[in-house]
Design a protein around this ligand. Structure first.
Ligand code: SF4
Ligand code: SF4
Length: 388
């Protein structure tokens, strides 16, 4: 069974144009993409227990581009059913709420049932040791992940306040069960340390295949409060670093500015280097330059700045104070308290200190800039800005 990138060989990324979530179009595009990388059977056996690991960061309607679009997951389930895969499920562990409820809100129950695909609840944690981890040696994984034989990571093309983008590599953080994700933010508070931990996690759970929903991406205040923007592509690869590097280039972002790209290459998960990537499309091979010209979006709103010495910024309190920080737009805030609940810092770094008639107030001395509050706010009321 082929797995990941073979040493010395180039990584292949399939780019398939697809401009709508019409199920038939997505189905055909996925079939083309899978065939370009050698067919699903090259990576997953029919008898294996397959988990489609989506991005369900939190409950939202499909049009908001917060989650992997349900049609992409449903059409993958359809392809697997047609190929006689016998044990297939789909799910994720979001940061807040139930993943089954998220899938129901996306209207997935009926379609998945039609293709014999179960909804995985990700509701139970299993302590999983990983002694060979370079940065992280233990994870609290969802049982649905530990019991799966083969993961297919079905990620979403989105911006991310901490890691610039969330795509193929970052998607695996949802393998960590529910509230245990918050603990990860306090243990790995900088973008770089978080990225290294996530790369270890990828090396542990080793998805066989990564499929990125970039038909409609999220730009701006991602990963949950940004704006949907059509990018009209599906990307498929066995190398998540290569896949994310194509995403980055399409939005005019230097892969070296992305902590998960840098850590992914350093730790042997994959490559972001253009010379090491074969980009293939239904019309034949394509140079990165041509792909960017044809499918790129120079005005895509994403943070393109490279981080400066973030290790120092995080350890020296004074310097940390200068880092971009979350802020609340009082006009948008509905005082729901989800941000306060999501804050992983002991004693909370934001509270309703002026009462529930006012938005929560930040204590920036305590705040570790993990941006969980910004990620979880259901009303797009939190944004991230520099101190000045
Ligand atoms: S989650 Fe958003 S809307 Fe709710 S209290 Fe916090 S800032 Fe306000
Ligand atoms: S206030 Fe927000 S950014 Fe600061 S530590 Fe809490 S969740 Fe993280």
């Amino acid at each position: 069974m082929a797995r990941g990138k073979d040493k010395g060989l180039k990584s292949t990324v399939a780019l398939v144009p697809c401009s709508s979530y019409d199920p038939e179009r997505v189905y055909q595009a996925l079939k083309q993409g899978l065939s370009l990388i050698g067919g699903i059977e090259k990576y997953v056996c029919r008898e294996e227990k397959v988990l489609l690991k989506m991005n369900l960061v939190r409950e939202a309607d499909a049009e908001r581009a917060v989650t992997t679009h349900p049609v992409v997951v449903e059409m993958l389930a359809r392809i697997l059913a047609e190929e006689h895969y016998i044990d297939v499920s789909a799910g994720d562990s979001g940061g807040f709420g139930s993943s089954v409820r998220s899938m129901e809100r996306l209207g997935m129950r009926e379609e998945l049932t039609k293709y014999g695909c179960r909804m995985a609840p990700f509701d139970e944690a299993v302590r999983t040791e990983y002694p060979q981890g370079i940065h992280a040696k233990e994870f609290m994984l969802a049982r649905d992940v530990t019991e799966a034989d083969a993961l297919i990571s079905v990620c979403k093309m989105k911006t991310h306040a901490l890691e610039h983008i969330t795509g193929a590599v970052k998607n695996q953080y949802g393998c960590v069960q529910g509230k245990h994700k918050a603990a990860g933010h306090t243990r790995y508070p900088s973008a770089e340390s978080m990225a290294r931990m996530i790369v270890d996690l990828n090396l542990l759970v080793r998805p066989r295949l990564y499929v990125m929903d970039g038909i409609v991406a999220m730009e701006g205040n991602g990963p949950t409060s940004g704006d949907p923007v059509p990018m009209n592509v599906l990307l498929l690869s066995t190398d998540p670093v290569a896949l994310d590097s194509v995403f980055a280039r399409l939005v005019y972002l230097d892969p070296e500015a992305v902590p998960t790209e840098v850590a992914g290459a350093q730790m042997g998960l994959g490559t972001w280097r253009e010379d090491d990537i074969d980009l293939v499309t239904p019309d034949g091979p394509l140079s990165m330059l041509s792909a960017v010209k044809k499918y790129g979006k120079p005005d895509f709103r994403v943070n393109r700045k490279k981080g400066k010495a973030e290790g120092i910024m995080n350890t020296v309190t004074f310097l940390r104070f200068l880092k971009p920080a979350p802020r609340i737009d009082a006009d948008k805030c509905r005082r729901c308290g989800v941000c306060v609940e999501s804050c992983p810092v002991e004693g909370k770094a934001l509270r309703f200190s002026k009462g529930r008639d006012h938005p929560p107030v930040y204590n920036y001395r305590k705040c570790i800039r993990c941006f969980c509050c910004q990620e979880m706010c259901p009303h797009k009321a939190i944004y991230v800005r520099g101190r000045r």
